[in-house]
Design a protein around this ligand. Sequence first.
Ligand code: PLP
Length: 451
Amino acid sequence: MQNKTDLQYFEEQHHLPPFSDFKSLKKEGTRIITHADGHIIYDSDGNAILDAMAGLWCVNVGYGRDELVNAASQQMQKLPYYNNFFKTSNEPVARLSAKLASIAPDHLNHVIYANSGSEANDTIIRLVRHYWGLRGQPSRRVIIGREYGYHGSTIMAASMGGMRAMHEQSANEADFEHIRPPYSFLYQGNQTEIQFAESSARLLKEKIQEIGVDKVAAFVAEPIQGAGGVIIPPEGYFEHIQKICAEFGILFIADEVITGFGRTGNWFASQTMNLEPDLVTLAKGLTSGYMPMSAVLVSDEIASHLIDEGGEFFHGFTYSGHPVSAAVALANLELIEKEGLIEHVRDVTAPYLAKVIKQLDSHSLVGETRSFGLLACVELVKNKSGPVLFDPVGEVGMKCRDHAINSGLMVRAVRDGMILSPPLSFEKQDIDMTIEKLQQALDITYSELMK
Ligand SMILES: *Cc1c(COP(=O)(O)O)cnc(C)c1O
């Protein structure tokens, strides 16, 4: 066993981790997470940290669940790997496909597997273009997404997403357009919620008309924008959006990588929000992060064209439909059902979080709090009246996040918003602890700013 100094040295010398400023990371050093149990992660300095981010929005059932560990171990002994290319499949994948079809909205009964949300979205991009080719409209190639949308980090998925910093680093392919999201905190102004829902959705119509309807293939949205800062649409927004998609005959893709698997109090946000997407991206909570796996849910309509007219779809990965990942996913879904985690979110913790997060509203640093299911954001501002944002954006949020982590609470900062996405197994007392520690972090951050 290496001691911690060695591990941190190896990191510093040899590891370039995701989404990191390597220079400042090398200066500050890396936290080595050694183990985790329930809702607590532990680091090599002996700190215990309450994980209010469920890893990276994914550990829905919490850590240390033997059911998932055993499913992986048994499947590895029985069949650790076999491909799905040679007219072959495996037992867990066959069962998982049927299971996903049974919990998904009615018209989504077909599944394509991949290993990450990014790959699933790349798959969707190819699928959408293939579909329009089959329909005799190959000029329909443009996919419209939203600013602050996050769909992954491959070149295509990042181009489809709306993160400008990613576009600027060679992820800005042709045939992707973006509209402003319904981010009420920044953009609602004097509009009522009803007006704001309508005006935000109208941007899609205007964008389609600007591009030319014969060129537009699809609109893609996260029901709740996660990495963009837990942006919750106003009531009615998606109703307008779906009407516009129908009016122009374009496909609607729901990226449910974060909102899937119980986080909004149903299996999928599509059910919570009455969405009828043609394609759905799934990853993260599918396996609670215990194994990498993602999936695309495909509508009956699209599947019928693929099956009847498509010929071979030249796409897939070595690990598409990996039996161990599928076995873990099945065990994960069973556990979510057995423990009633979705009902627990819907009836107990989501309403509770919505109530107690309001305690932070009066804090001098807080411009807005909002939550939906087990997703929440606390927006920090320089001045509550206005509100006036910090300039530059992001520094204060990062400070507050670091104070939270140092006091034993793992949260994430997006711009100057503090983000929560806890495991679905969180109890009321875990939420209380989260709010208490967040309050402390806000207090420390505020007193620093006052100096
Ligand atoms: C995380 C995420 C992705 C990308 O998933 P990876 O597994 O990191 O490739 C895509 N869409 C959404 C909404 C996500 O949150």
